[in-house]
Design a protein around this ligand. Structure first.
Ligand code: UDP
Ligand code: MG
Length: 309
């Protein structure tokens, strides 16, 4: 018998824990036929509601259910990392608990693993039910990201995956503090089969991601997988030096030829504000990388466990 671990990050998801369990177990007979045992690892990301007790209820009924509980909310990326570390399976699947990642796709995904793929990834082909502004910025982010990063990050890719042990170990070998899982998947490589499905709206409860949280997350993603913004800072520096040099020459020539004393302060003020703006912007970029480096250097744990059952 081999083992399939299903890792499920949960943050304030009391209404979804049980629904997810039943939905997942609809695949039970399929995996029995394939001689694959199941284990379900709920990772409670410091929920403030009854998530933990809901999971415990399931654990009393079914010994294949396990739980990791964090001391506070560390974010989905940390929950994924902790879950993957705990998973013992020969195959590991990663899924949201809100049933936006349909467990019914698992048999199809597993068949690709049997065909020899190392990893099966999913992407949604549309963004039905999402606020248009959010979709617009999401698209923009993916376009930008793929321009400035060598790591391929697929638009609409979900974190819903099925992976072999080898891929999981590769992901676990990346112990960085600033974890951008979508990038990490791309970075480790391996033969990946993409399957597509139509967006499904969250079954119960609300999304845990505000626009602002997503915006900060996108910056994390950019700094984690691209250093192009740093290059932009240097290029802008060179560009401005060039423009300044040109202006100096023009001013001197004008003075010598026409004795024209260049008119005073408005132009000066404009130039000073523009250039100091650009300088601050570039310092901000450097600051972003510096702060990420600072956090990495501290080597703080990615998560803290309260309960591991
Ligand atoms: N999640 C988490 N920690 C967080 C935020 C979210 O573990 O800080 C989990 C959440 O419980 C869910 C998954 O990550 O299982 C995806 O979250 P959500 O459905 O809110 O995101 P969306 O689908 O709207 O992108
Ligand atoms: Mg969701």
């Amino acid at each position: 018998m081999s083992l399939l671990s299903v890792v499920v990050p949960c943050y304030n998801e009391e209404e979804n824990i049980e629904d997810f369990y039943h939905e997942l177990l609809k695949n039970e007979s399929f995996f029995k036929e394939k001689e694959v045992d199941l284990e379900i690892i709920y990772v409670d990301d410091g929920s403030k509601d009854a998530t933990v007790s809901e999971v415990k209820k399931l654990m009393n009924k079914d010994e294949r259910v396990h739980m990791l509980s964090f001391s506070r909310n560390f974010g989905k990326e940390a929950a994924i990392y902790a879950g993957l570390r705990k998973a013992k399976g020969d195959y590991v699947s990663l899924m949201d608990v809100d049933l936006q990642d349909p467990p019914a796709l698992l048999p199809e995904m597993f068949s690709y693993i049997e065909q020899g793929y190392d990893s099966v990834a999913t992407r949604r082909v549309d963004r039905k039910g999402e606020p248009p502004v959010r979709s617009f910025f999401a698209r923009l982010f993916y376009r930008l990201m793929n321009k400035i990063s060598k790591t391929e990050i697929v638009d609409g890719a979900r974190d819903y995956r099925l992976m072999t042990r080898q891929v999981v170990d590769a992901i676990l070998s990346m112990t960085e503090y600033n974890r951008f899982t979508k990038g990490i998947f791309g970075w480790v490589g391996y033969q990946t089969k993409w399957i597509e499905f139509e967006n499904i709206e969250r079954r119960k409860g609300e999304t845990k991601w505000s626009f602002w949280k997503l915006f900060l997350y996108s910056i994390d993603g950019i700094t984690a997988f691209s250093t192009v913004p740093l290059a932009i800072a240097s290029i802008m520096g060179v560009l401005f030096c060039f423009v300044a040099f040109l202006l100096i020459v023009i001013t001197i020539v004008r003075k010598l030829l026409f004795g024209d004393p260049t008119a005073g302060w408005p132009s000066l003020v404009c130039i000073i504000s523009l250039v100091s703006g650009v300088q601050l912007f570039c310092m901000g970029i450097i600051g972003q990388y510096l702060s990420k480096t600072y956090m990495e250097v501290k080597k703080r744990p990615i998560y803290l466990i309260k309960e591991d059952i």
